[in-house]
Design a protein around this ligand. Structure first.
Ligand code: ATP
Length: 305
């Protein structure tokens, strides 16, 4: 058994529609998910016995059994009790509580890595089945790229790759949003009428045809996120940032997932650089952090054996 080092990319939502409630307490969603080249690094080392140890360089990330990566390891041990223990080291680049699926990506990396380290040879589909018990975004994080996600987000259909498109990703360092709060709040205050559902059906098919055609202009115009309806009114700076990015000439700007991260899709690296510089200037007296990155293919990658 040898150690493994893996990279887990963050995701953004190009489309997030909450279709309705489900009997299991989750929401029925239609999402277009996209990996971006902003990654955490996860190192796995075999340990004797059944021990799980976890270290992370980010102060807001728990280092105990409440960490999603720890939960992934515990779930694998439950299924494969003879395989031993594991030490997990997480180097965070993805901001925490950001709507970028950082925790889900870490869990996905542990599933992929333990299958390799323990010589289990599990397929992506098998790992996605295991991962769906940990969180709705975990199955997507395993394969990444561009995908349509329905059900509670775990039923995936791959879409044509949109890799290479530059994206400016912005988050206030001192602001996090709880995903559970955002969904509960939406449930409490909003329910789409029949007419809205019909309109959104048209909207989601426009987005899917734009992705199929890799028509970046139309993708930018059809960005959509239901959770903006609850997060933007509750967090004025995020609403201001979103409005600001919309006026900068990008293909489109929107909040990712449950926020508070806001991103701008750009048509060129030059445009992305200009938007990054202008945004830094405009929000200079705030805790705004900005990453200039790009859409990418694939999910969890092994970087080193
Ligand atoms: P999602 O988009 O999947 O809802 P998110 O990007 O909004 O996720 P995360 O960064 O995954 O949010 O973190 C949400 C909370 O989960 C944090 O407050 C953190 O304390 C906890 N957490 C548990 N495990 C991890 C992990 N491995 N990485 C980051 N946060 C974790």
């Amino acid at each position: 058994m040898r150690p493994y080092c893996l990279k887990a990319p963050a995701k953004i939502n190009l489309y997030l529609e909450i279709v309705g409630d489900r009997p299991d307490g989750y929401h029925e969603v239609v999402m277009v998910l996209q990996s971006i080249d902003l990654t955490d690094e996860i190192e796995l080392r075999p340990l004797r016995g059944h021990a799980i140890q976890l270290h992370c360089n980010h102060p807001q990330v728990p280092q105990d059994a409440s960490n999603l990566a720890w939960k992934a390891a515990a779930l694998m041990q439950q299924r494969y009790p003879d395989c031993g223990g594991v030490e997990i080291k997480i180097r965070k680049e993805i901001p925490v509580g950001a709507g970028l699926a950082g925790g889900s990506g870490n869990a996905a990396a542990v599933l992929v890595g333990l299958s390799l380290m323990w010589g289990l040879g599990l397929t992506h589909t098998e790992l996605q089945e295991i991962g769906s018990a940990l969180g709705s975004d975990v199955p997507f994080c395993i394969t990444g790229g561009t995908a349509l996600a329905v059900g509670r987000g775990e039923i995936l259909t791959p879409l044509p790759d949109l890799d290479g498109l530059p994206v400016v990703v912005c988050k206030f360092r001192d602001l996090s949003v709880s995903t559970a709060w955002a969904y509960q709040s939406f449930r409490a205050h909003f329910k789409h009428s029949e007419a809205e559902i019909k309109e959104l059906r048209g909207y989601s098919s426009q987005m899917l045809s734009a992705v199929a055609a890799r028509d970046f202009g139309r993708i930018g115009r059809f960005l959509y996120n239901d959770l903006e309806k609850v997060v933007l009114p509750a967090h004025e700076p995020v609403a201001q940032l979103r409005s600001y990015l919309e006026t900068q000439g990008a293909l489109g700007a929107m909040m990712s997932g449950s926020g508070p991260t806001v991103f701008a899709l750009c048509e060129s690296v030059e445009q992305a650089r200009a938007i990054e510089a202008a945004t830094r200037q405009a929000f200079t007296h705030s805790s705004l952090e900005i990453w200039l990155t790009r859409l990418c293919v694939g999910g969890v990658q092994v970087v080193d054996g």
